[in-house]
Design a binder for this molecule. Structure first.
Ligand code: NAP
Length: 254
């Protein structure tokens, strides 16, 4: 019998969109397991700086890297900077994402393109960057932060749900494609999580209704998504591949 091993020591983890929200919680959790952390941010410079300071004060290795993950040139630059500063990425968490609350007939093609480019194309671009190294090393972990809406759909959020459904299909496919190289690719499908994303989209009335639907009567904390992510990134999760782990408190019992 092998030893349990959920340490991430000696590995580099890139978390996209990690200046705040779920990404910041994942960055803290992977740093605490010993990984060197690349904190990607796009516009949240101050939040990313504050997070890096906090992690470094704990003695962890963490650096912030600006980059819009929907832009191919910026993603190439981002990976080049990470490579030359803290090393090749062994663990990738595609977390960056945006949402949109809009009826389909009111949604512009520009809004569709922007959302798809960040939520889906961004994950594709980051995977393309890490895969050659992971394949050479014959080891790697990729976790894509999807959503329960990518499984169930959601009225007013069809475009968002479609992007997350696409991310889930991408996960299941790439997981199979990359498995022979010792790489696992999994998705997490959170239910409602207490971050800006949810607070900026729900008014008091909607929040009350939502809380009434949740078995726990509360939103998930970002740390509760992060702990699932850390497990999927660990060596212990070697035989869990191409799966979707729902972190929704049983909201959508499947
Ligand atoms: P959030 O607080 O709104 O944070 C979104 C993050 O995405 C920010 O760090 C933001 O970076 C980053 N981002 C957006 N566009 C980017 C770009 N072009 N390039 C790089 N980073 C970009 O939301 P959250 O709740 O933490 O969401 C994290 C992930 O969880 C998303 O994929 C979201 O869809 C998913 N999720 C959230 C919930 C929820 O209820 N909160 C539920 C299910 C799934 P900057 O601030 O630096 O621009």
């Amino acid at each position: 019998m092998g030893q349990f091993n959920n340490s991430l020591e000696g590995q580099v983890c890139l978390v996209t969109g990690a200046g705040r929200g779920i990404g910041a919680a994942v960055a803290r959790a992977v740093a605490a397991r010993g990984a060197r952390v690349a904190v990607n941010y796009n516009s949240s410079y101050n939040e990313a700086r504050t997070l890096i300071t906090e992690l470094q004060q704990h003695g962890y290795t963490a650096l912030a890297f600006q980059g819009d993950i929907s832009n191919e040139q910026e993603v190439s630059r981002l990976f080049a900077e990470i490579r030359t500063t803290i090393g090749e990425v062994d663990l990738l968490v595609n977390n960056a994402g945006i949402t949109l609350r809009s009826l389909v007939q009111d949604t512009s093609t520009a809004e569709w393109d922007r959302l798809m480019n960040i939520n889906l194309r961004g994950a594709f671009l980051c995977c393309k960057e890490v895969l050659p190294y992971m394949i050479r090393k014959r080891y790697g972990r990729i976790v894509n932060i999807a959503s329960s809406q990518g499984i169930d759909g959601a009225s007013f959020e069809a475009v968002y749900a479609a992007s997350k459904g696409g991310l889930i299909a991408f996960t299941k496919s790439l997981g199979r494609e990359a498995a022979p190289s010792g790489i696992t690719v999994n998705a997490i499908a959170p239910g409602p999580v207490a971050t800006d994303m949810i607070y900026s989209h729900l008014d008091e009335e909607d929040m009350k209704t939502l809380l009434g639907e949740l078995p726990e009567g509360r939103l998930a904390a970002p740390e509760e998504v992060a702990s699932a992510c850390v497990f999927l990134l660990s060596r212990d999760a070697a035989y869990i591949n191409a799966q979707v782990l729902c972190v929704d408190g049983g909201w959508k019992a499947r």
